[in-house]
Design a protein around this ligand. Structure first.
Ligand code: GUN
Length: 294
């Protein structure tokens, strides 16, 4: 069994991105990070995004509207960021408080600043195999991890467990694309799937994003499969100073011994997501340079 080291792969990507920012013409790329409410995971993710941005030379602007902000007010804030020429990328951290309609907010972000890749235009470009859009960061990170670990998906059976907008649906579309590094046969399973283990056991590559701690056990995995664990769950643990431990959606101890490659949690997909966000932000900046050239 080989451990896929997301920290190491993300670190080499980040070094490449740092180099690319250093050679950029004009001002540094700028990413607006909007976080509403105090969801502890969101607080930690946004902090990590700020820190990585600073490391690479990407400016970040963190905006913390009150949790009482209305849909109209938040849409107004997005409109202002869309119109602001000093902002290249906009990210609204999910989940939003239940009073706000997330899909409407994602739709409001200008597609050329949508570094999260959740605007219908960018999601649609993934479905059309059109590489000119922005690909959502976690799915893009999964694809990058696979290719940088020497896993070629061509002709393989990829089973995706989970159908979220943020991971399951876009990663299934990416694996399905007719291009080098993809071209897989893809099955998507979810919480309503019957005989789940019978299907996940067919996977050459199993991508798990179901949001349930240690859900996938060895009984659900074909020996020799590649397992990508996208889950990050906080499980109460009194022996830890923080009062919780992080665990994936895969029961690592039972699954790791039977698979050929597996991502750990933490240190697998998570660091890649942040690196891909930076890559999208730098791309957004470069595209603005091009669009401003007479
Ligand atoms: N919450 C969990 N993952 C993500 C992500 O990739 N982008 C945003 N905006 N929110 C998230």
């Amino acid at each position: 069994m080989e451990l896929i080291d997301g920290n190491a792969i993300a670190a080499s990507l980040i070094a490449e991105l740092k180099q690319s920012v250093a050679t950029l013409e004009g001002r540094a790329p700028c990413l607006a990070l909007v976080r509403i409410g105090e969801d502890p995971a969101s607080v930690s993710y946004v902090r990590k995004k700020e820190k990585t941005a600073a490391e690479i030379g990407v400016r970040s602007r963190v905006i913390l509207p009150p949790p009482t902000i209305t849909q109209t007010e938040l849409e107004g804030l997005i409109d202002d960021l869309n119109a602001d020429p000093s902002v290249d990328g906009i990210l609204v951290q999910s989940p939003l408080p239940p009073t706000l309609i997330e899909a409407e907010i994602f739709r409001r972000i200008a597609p050329d600043k949508d570094v999260d890749g959740f605007h219908p235009l960018n999601l649609g470009k993934v479905a059309q195999d059109d590489p000119t859009g922005f690909v959502a960061c976690t799915p893009a990170g999964v694809m990058e991890l696979l290719s940088r670990s020497g896993v070629d998906l061509a002709g393989k059976h990829v089973v995706v467990l989970g159908r979220s907008l943020i991971v399951g649906k876009p990663v299934a579309l990416l694996a399905l694309q007719k291009r080098a590094g993809a071209n897989a046969t893809v099955t998507v399973c979810h919480s309503g799937t019957h005989n789940l283990a019978a299907i996940t056991r067919l996977a050459d590559v199993l991508i798990v994003a179901i949001g349930r701690p240690e859900f996938v056990t060895d009984q659900m995995v074909k020996p020799g499969a590649v397992v990508i664990d996208v889950g990050i769950n906080r499980v109460p643990d009194d022996t830890k100073k923080a009062g919780y431990r992080l665990t994936g959606d895969v029961h690592f101890l039972s699954v790791a011994p039977i698979c050929s490659k597996i991502t750990p949690v933490p240190g697998g997909v998570g660091p890649m997501t942040v690196a891909m966000l930076m890559r999208n932000t730098i791309r957004a900046r470069k595209r603005r340079n091009l669009s401003l050239t007479p």
